[in-house]
Design a protein around this ligand. Structure first.
Ligand code: XUL
Ligand code: CO
Length: 438
């Protein structure tokens, strides 16, 4: 296919770091082995359909600034099909193995619910054929439960039972679509699941409702034999003032509280982490420590802007830290690195989509290479191991084995001198990381 991106004539290839071709990879070399796996297997990159294919450059202050050939058809189904053709041309030219969508990205909402379902079925058939033809796969599907005005007070957590039922019906169809397309995961992002004001909100009721909604999805997954992994994507706010799955720790607590822990992992997004007042690597590390890091929405925010700017990742320090967490847990399994990122409003050409993804892919590939070397050399892990070594023998080992209580420990302390202070060596460790990056 060579229709929608005529300026990119052939598939983007790896040319190495000295290349000055802006349409080539400098670090991402899909089949290059890093440890036991190829870069492609480690990174499992995915395109976000909503930003890349549906984005039009509009923002809350301005109208669309991108003119896309694939948005021209008058009939909404024709437009959706042309958009999907453009999508697969893009995936192929980029050498991308995966994509992700919301139901309403790939198929337009109809006048009625059943018309919306029919539209989705039509586009799922269309996608199925294109997936077969190209070998591109679906990393995850999800339902858009935030755009329609009916969801303005929540979807799963709406105060209106009819709206909650509508959202449930929409999720059922989105899971069906994901299953039909062999999706490896299904994501729940609760954009409207939260509150604007406590004056009209029963938090306990809404959280119970959300748990019930997720239990219904789990039951449906079991019943239909959908083999994909369920993921929750935490975010603190935007569009709601407060979202119930506001960060990784809150979401882990929620899953435990409502007996959902066995059925969900987390999809951690970089810009959501910073909106929550954490670093990307903090959120990844907290999820990973709980055995719950399932997938990643790879983007970045802008610390000078307080909102979800969804920019393409370019910061090597950040991608290195992220890849260290991912490598240390032996990869993302069924998950991947989905570029939930969009062009700036002023980057108006379709070719800008290539530059953006190439930059993101190279940044993570470089981060992978650096993180792999740091781990292979034990540059941090040897220090960390040594830092906790007092728990390997003597009183430390007794504590770990659960063989001491407060009285025991008091008795032991009374017979000792003061504890010796050991340096945490933060600056030295920062220099070590820099020596691998620079
Ligand atoms: C919104 C966001 C969503 C989810 C999928 O901030 O990240 O696009 O990734 O609904
Ligand atoms: Co996201």
């Amino acid at each position: 296919m060579n229709k929608y991106f005529p300026d990119v004539e052939k598939q983007i290839s790896y040319e190495g770091k000295d290349s000055n071709n802006p349409l080539a990879f400098k670090y991402y070399n899909k089949n290059q082995k890093v440890g036991g796996k190829t870069m492609g297997e480690h990174l499992r990159f995915s395109v976000a359909y909503w930003h890349t294919l549906m984005g039009n450059g509009s923002d809350i202050f301005g109208s669309p600034s991108f003119k896309r050939e694939w948005h021209k058809a008058n009939n909404p189904i024709d437009r959706a099909k042309e958009t999907m053709e453009a999508a697969f041309e893009f995936f192929q030219k980029l050498g991308m193995d995966y994509y992700c969508f919301h139901d309403r990205d790939i198929a337009p909402e109809g006048e009625t619910f059943s018309q919306s379902c029919k539209n989705l079925e039509t586009l799922v058939e269309f996608a199925k054929a294109l997936q077969k033809e190209t070998g591109v796969k679906l990393l995850w599907g999800t339902a858009n439960l935030f755009n329609s005005p009916i969801y303005s007070q929540g979807a799963a957590t709406s105060p209106n039972a009819h709206v909650m039922a509508y959202a449930a019906a929409q999720v059922k169809n989105a899971i069906d679509a994901t299953k039909e397309l062999g999706g490896e995961n299904y994501v729940f992002w609760g954009g409207r699941e939260g509150y604007e004001t406590l004056l009209n909100t029963d938090i306990k009721k809404e959280q119970e409702q959300m748990a019930q909604f997720l239990h219904m999805a789990v039951d449906y997954k079991k019943k239909t034999g959908f083999a994909g992994q369920f993921l929750i994507e935490p975010k603190p706010c935007e569009p709601m003032k407060h979202q119930y799955d506001s960060n990784v720790a809150t979401t882990l607590y929620f899953l435990n509280e409502y007996d959902l822990s066995d059925y969900f992992k987390l999809n951690v997004e970089a810009n959501h982490a910073t909106l929550a007042g954490h670093s990307f690597e903090h959120e990844l590390a907290v999820a990973s420590a709980a055995g719950k890091l399932g997938s990643v929405d790879a983007n970045r925010g802008d610390l000078l802007l307080g909102w979800d700017t969804d920019q393409f990742p370019t910061n090597i320090y950040s991608t290195t830290m992220a890849m260290m967490v991912i490598l240390n847990q032996n990869g993302l399994g069924k998950g991947g690195l989905n570029f939930d990122a969009k062009l700036r409003r002023s980057s108006t050409d379709p070719t800008d989509l290539f530059y953006a993804h190439i930059g993101g892919m190279d940044s993570f590939a470089k981060g992978l290479l650096i993180a792999h070397k740091i781990i292979e050399d034990g540059a941090l892990s040897n220090f960390i191991k040594e830092r906790y070594s007092s728990f390997q023998s003597g009183i430390g080992a007794k504590i770990v084995a659960g063989q001491s209580g407060l009285e025991d420990l008091e008795k032991w302390v009374l017979n000792q001198d003061k504890p010796l202070l050991q340096s945490g060596r933060q600056e030295m460790l920062e220099n070590i990381i820099n020596s691998y990056i620079l």
